[in-house]
Write a protein of this length. Structure first.
Ligand SMILES: C[S@@+](CC[C@H](N)C(=O)[O-])C[C@H]1O[C@@H](n2cnc3c(N)ncnc32)[C@H](O)[C@@H]1O
Length: 261
């Protein structure tokens, strides 16, 4: 049976949220790929592609001719097919490491936070690459803030993902988890974000996923959810330049074992 496991849902609200997040993170991801991937890339796969915003970034950053996005959300796949007709989007659970396409480069962002047995998965995806291929990893390592409402929001998101056996801040564990693999680049970068922008990314979850999720409802009463939600809404509308929140992203490139160049 097909299942959707993405913690933050696959509604139109979730799609819009990912679009806004992509507007910030995509240029950074594209620069990283252009800076470090110098061989000709003909085919790429975006694992956990969602509505396709990362897939489109990947296509432009690599100029690949064959571009495929894989996901387990039919809603996101439908949106991706409508948004980006030049690429192929396939239903595939990436825990089945027998991927439907063999490519020169596999990319994923904000995917490992939702999965378990990370090392085995990354090893298997690496083994499935074309010769001299690349795995490009773009995952969250940490989020630093002193803002009480942001902290409250993050503590709920972290707890919710942990309750499903995964880890929001999976990037922190990757040095250890992936030790011994053929790591070609390993970078952590600090990215200050405006409060209004962070609030815009956080707010949608408080009015959608949080309202239906038993784990959240068992821990926060409606007025507590409402208090966080109202703060985020107000902050997202109030477009000041203030920044009291910083993302730390882990970017890694792993090469296939047979790599010569
Ligand atoms: C946070 S979203 C990221 C989407 C996209 N990479 C981006 O950054 O805009 C995580 C995505 O991973 C997908 N996903 C989660 N578990 C998956 C699995 N086992 N196989 C394939 N996709 C999965 C979800 O459906 C969701 O679209």
């Amino acid at each position: 049976m097909k299942e959707t496991r993405y913690t933050f849902g696959d509604t139109i609200t979730a799609n819009e949220r990912l679009k806004r997040i992509a507007a910030f993170f995509n240029p950074l991801a594209a620069s990283f790929i252009r800076e470090h991937v110098h061989t000709t890339i003909t085919s790429v796969a975006d694992l956990g592609c969602g509505p396709g915003y990362t897939t489109d970034m990947l296509a432009h950053a690599t100029n690949a001719r064959y571009v495929t996005g894989l996901d387990i959300s039919e809603n996101f796949l439908d949106a991706a097919r409508q948004n980006f007709t030049a690429y192929t989007f396939i239903y595939h659970d990436v825990r089945d490491t027998n991927l439907p396409v063999k490519t020169d480069l596999v990319y994923f962002r904000f995917l490992l936070s939702h999965l378990k047995n990370i090392r085995q998965l990354v090893e298997d995806w690496t083994a499935s690459l074309n010769p001299s291929g690349y795995i490009v990893i773009d995952e969250l390592e940490d989020i630093y803030t002193d803002n009480k409402f942001f902290k409250d929001y993050l503590s709920v998101s972290d707890g919710l993902i942990k309750s499903q056996g995964a880890d929001l801040y999976i990037g922190k564990k990757l040095n250890e988890e992936l030790d011994g693999l053929n790591i070609f680049k390993n970078v952590s970068s600090l990215l200050p974000v405006k409060d209004s922008q962070a609030a815009e990314w956080f707010y949608p979850n408080t009015i959608s996923v949080w309202k239906d999720e038993p784990w959240v409802k068992d821990r926060l009463c409606p007025s507590e959810i409402n208090c966080i939600s109202q703060y985020l809404l107000k902050t997202s509308i109030n477009k000041t330049e203030k920044s009291s929140i910083t993302w730390r992203m882990k970017k890694m490139i792993i090469r296939a074992r047979d790599t010569k160049n």
